[in-house]
Every structure is written in structure tokens, then in C-alpha cells.
Ligand binder design. Structure first.
Ligand code: XUL
Ligand code: CO
Length: 440
């Protein structure tokens, strides 16, 4: 048991508190729209950023020592990460975690040895889960770090490599089920291309779909009842990734008959990389019945890559929770902090502070989103905006009872249409500000 780090217990102290190691908005039991905050938000700790990433980038080595007193890349280290991770989640009252297989143990050259290590560590994790009541939100397989995946996993040109991807998915599903995980994620980090000159896009996409189909069949056969997710991202590390955005991923899932088992895991920073807002990706997912889970982070609009920052933007968090509430809340999903402290924020206290920031930002987002819904002005405006489809010719169109000829006759008889109503965007933006910031 690794006991050298001390993580303070973080309690709710309210907005007035100046204690940096306290929640200012996240009050787990506070009821919002009839449900405690913690059930709306379902926060999760990301194993990889929190317990593995030390701030390495292509210009420099790690700044945050995450050896936790053990020799790196040993099973002793793997266990130390479990100890620290569970202490961290307990002290911050984070009810879930998310993991990649390779976050948990050092990878061996022999997949059988890696699997044996995964068996050992998952027993250890399960014990901690039972002791603490902390649960698994979702699992996934890392099919992008090992050099064998340089040409992709499901999209690889090598049938041999494809079998290793399958083996990893099988094991990651075994672990997810062992932990009672609610979801299983496919993030296609290497599923794309660098150049079309060497790529058979149709072949690769069909092979990805085959792998996903086999994963669904296997998962269901071992009792996985949760959701599978695709996590869209347009680029990075590949020049182009097939799961470009929500609309693309939904089209793919429908084309290959995977839409009954899959939903989407939407990440804020991936949305902006695709040239969309976070809210846009959530809305597209929701209206297609595909809003599954969320990787809560934020990007930097001045940078063209995935910075995975802890979210501090209350406006975006509000619009996110607005979409989640409107969609009826999470079923198997939740808010996973796929986020890392900035490289110079290299202490345990920074990490605690980062999660406080993220959790408070989304708690505030939830409070404000509920207030927007209760205020009702946005809903009323949208409802009224389409009023012309409620009666007369509009209602007939909606009932599917018109022909093009009939509509043409109608228009020609009218000679010119009544002017459409104003979109009143600026009024609506002011409404949002007034709900967010009050009377001042
Ligand atoms: C990478 C990313 C991943 C997935 C899980 O951009 O978001 O961490 O969330 O593989
Ligand atoms: Co992510």
C-alpha cells in the first residue's frame, strides 16, 4: 500500500469559500430538477491522464513524477497507481473511473504475459472497488500506442495486427465486465489515413465495422449489457480519422447495422477540432438517440490540437448540461474528465485542484442549465418560431399530406410569402446571460 502522498478530503463549502481545496458549487446531494447532482453528473476519473501522464511532450520529458514511490513500469508501480487512484477518487468523491487496458499494467512483448498481468491487477482493482463502492464508467483498449498499430488497428493492412486488436478488445471487454463497467469505448486514434495514395478507405471502414460487430457479439455473450461507444475525433494523431464527428460516426454505425448497440462518447475538445461547438456535437447525437457519454474537457481555440484541458468554461458546460438534461440525462454514460493539468502544474495539489475546477464547472453548468429550462424563455421561443407548421398548410406538410404540385399551387396563389419572423439571436443570448449572471 502506497501511503506517501496525502490527498485532503474535499468538501463542499459554497461559493463564498476561499478555500482552494473545497468544492464551491459541487454539492453531491443537492437536488436539481428532482435528482441529486451526483446522479446527473456521474463524474469519472481518467486512469491515463490522472495516474499515468507525467507531462511528456515532443519537446521535453515528464515534469510530474508519477512513480508514486515504485519503480516505473513494474507491477509494484501498477499497484501503487491503484492505491493512489482509489485514494484520489475517495477524497474527491469521484464515483467512477475509466481506463484503457494499457493504463493498468506495463505491456509485455508477449500478449499472454500482458493478459496475466491484467488478471492480477484487475483482482486488486476489484477488491478496492468492493471496499470503496467506486464503479467503472467505461473501459477501452489502447490500440494506438504500440508501434504495431502504426497503420491502424481495425483499419490496418495487416491481418496479423488485426488479430492483436481483436485480442486486446476481448481482454478489455473481459475487464470491463469484471468491473461491472457501464460502457465500452472505441476511440479510433489510428483508424484513418495519412494519405489516400496508399489507402483503400472502403476496405478499411468495412474491416473496422467487422471488428466492432465481433466485439458486440462477444460482449453480449459474456453478459455486457451496457453501451458501446464510438468517440468521434477528426484528426490527431492521424491526418484524417474515420470517426470525424458525430454525424459521420452515426452514418457509419447505421450503414453497418451497429446503431442498436452503439452510442457516442462526445469529447468537447474533439468537437472543436472538427470545427463544431461542443453543444453542436451533443445536439446531433441527442436528436439521433445516440448521446451516450461525455469526455469532459476543453480545448484552446487558438491551438489546432487536442490540449485536453480541465474545463473551466461555464458557458460551454451550461450548454452541455442543457443538452444532457433535454435528452433525459445519462443512462449508462457520465462525465469522464479526459483532461490533464497543464505541464507546469506538476504537483498532487495541482491535480486535486484540476478536478475541483472541472467538477465545480460542471456543477455550475448543471445549476445554470436547469435554471435555463425552468426560465422557459428559450423553449417558448423555439416553440413559437415554428408556429406556422402548427396550422393550415404547415400542419398539412407535417402530416405528410401534401404534394409538390399542391405546394406550388399554394405559393403561386399567394404570389409572395409572409415575411418569416426574426431569429432574435441577440435577445436569446441576453436571456442566457441574464440566467447565468443574474441581475448584477
Ligand atoms: C484521445 C482520447 C482518448 C479516448 C480514449 O484524444 O480522447 O483518450 O478518450 O481512448
Ligand atoms: Co477522450
Amino acid at each position: 500500500m502506497y501511503e506517501k502522498i496525502t490527498i485532503p478530503t474535499i468538501r463542499f463549502e459554497g461559493a463564498e469559500s476561499q478555500n482552494p481545496l473545497a468544492f464551491h458549487y459541487y454539492d453531491a446531494e443537492r437536488e436539481i430538477l428532482g435528482k441529486p447532482m451526483k446522479d446527473h453528473l456521474k463524474f469519472a476519473m481518467s486512469w491515463w491522464h490522472t495516474l499515468c501522464a507525467g507531462g511528456t511532450d515532443m519537446f521535453g520529458r515528464a515534469t510530474f513524477d508519477k512513480s508514486f514511490g515504485a519503480v516505473p513500469d513494474t507491477m509494484e508501480h501498477a499497484k501503487a497507481k491503484v492505491d493512489v487512484g482509489f485514494a484520489f477518487m475517495e477524497k474527491l468523491r469521484i464515483p467512477y473511473f475509466c481506463f484503457h487496458d494499457m493504463d493498468l499494467v506495463p505491456e509485455s512483448d508477449d500478449i499472454n504475459e500482458t493478459n496475466a498481468r491484467l488478471d492480477e491487477i484487475s483482482d486488486y482493482i476489484l477488491e478496492k472497488m468492493q471496499k470503496t463502492g467506486i464503479k467503472c464508467l467505461w473501459g477501452t483498449a489502447n490500440m494506438f500506442s504500440n508501434p504495431r498499430y502504426m497503420n491502424g488497428a481495425g483499419s490496418t493492412n495487416s491481418a496479423e495486427v488485426y488479430t492483436f486488436a481483436a485480442a486486446q478488445i476481448k481482454k478489455a471487454l473481459d475487464l470491463t465486465v469484471k468491473f461491472g463497467g457501464e460502457g465500452y469505448v472505441f476511440w479510433g486514434g489510428r483508424e484513418g489515413y495519412e494519405t489516400l495514395l496508399n489507402t483503400d478507405v472502403k476496405f478499411e471502414q468495412e474491416n473496422i465495422a467487422r471488428l466492432m460487430r465481433m466485439a458486440v457479439e462477444y460482449g453480449r455473450s459474456i453478459g455486457f449489457t451496457g453501451d458501446f461507444y464510438i468517440e468521434p475525433k477528426p484528426k490527431e494523431p492521424m491526418k484524417h480519422q474515420y470517426d470525424f464527428d458525430a454525424a459521420t460516426a452515426i452514418g457509419f454505425l447505421r450503414q453497418y447495422g451497429l446503431d442498436k448497440d452503439f452510442k457516442l462518447n462526445i469529447e468537447a475538445n474533439h468537437a472543436t477540432l472538427a470545427g463544431h461547438t461542443f453543444q453542436h456535437e451533443l445536439r446531433i447525437s441527442a436528436i439521433n438517440g445516440m448521446l451516450g457519454s461525455i469526455d469532459a474537457n476543453q480545448g484552446d481555440l487558438l491551438l489546432g490540437w487536442d490540449t485536453d484541458e480541465f474545463p473551466c468554461n461555464v458557458y460551454d458546460a451550461t450548454m452541455c448540461m442543457y443538452e444532457v438534461l433535454k435528452a433525459g440525462g445519462f443512462v449508462h454514460g457520465g462525465l469522464n474528465f479526459d483532461a490533464k493539468s497543464r505541464r507546469p502544474s506538476n504537483t498532487m495539489e495541482d491535480l486535486v485542484q484540476s478536478y475541483i475546477l472541472g467538477m465545480d464547472t460542471f456543477a455550475l453548468g448543471l445549476i445554470k442549465a436547469a435554471a435555463l429550462i425552468e426560465d422557459g424563455r428559450l423553449d417558448r421561443f423555439v416553440e413559437a418560431r415554428y408556429a406556422s407548421f402548427k396550422t393550415g398548410i404547415g400542419a398539412k406538410i407535417i402530416r405528410g399530406e401534401t404534394t409538390l404540385q399542391e405546394l406550388s399551387d399554394y405559393a403561386c396563389a399567394k404570389k409572395k410569402p409572409e415575411a418569416p419572423s426574426s431569429g432574435r439571436q441577440e435577445y436569446l443570448q441576453a436571456v442566457v446571460n441574464s440566467v447565468l449572471f443574474g441581475e448584477g
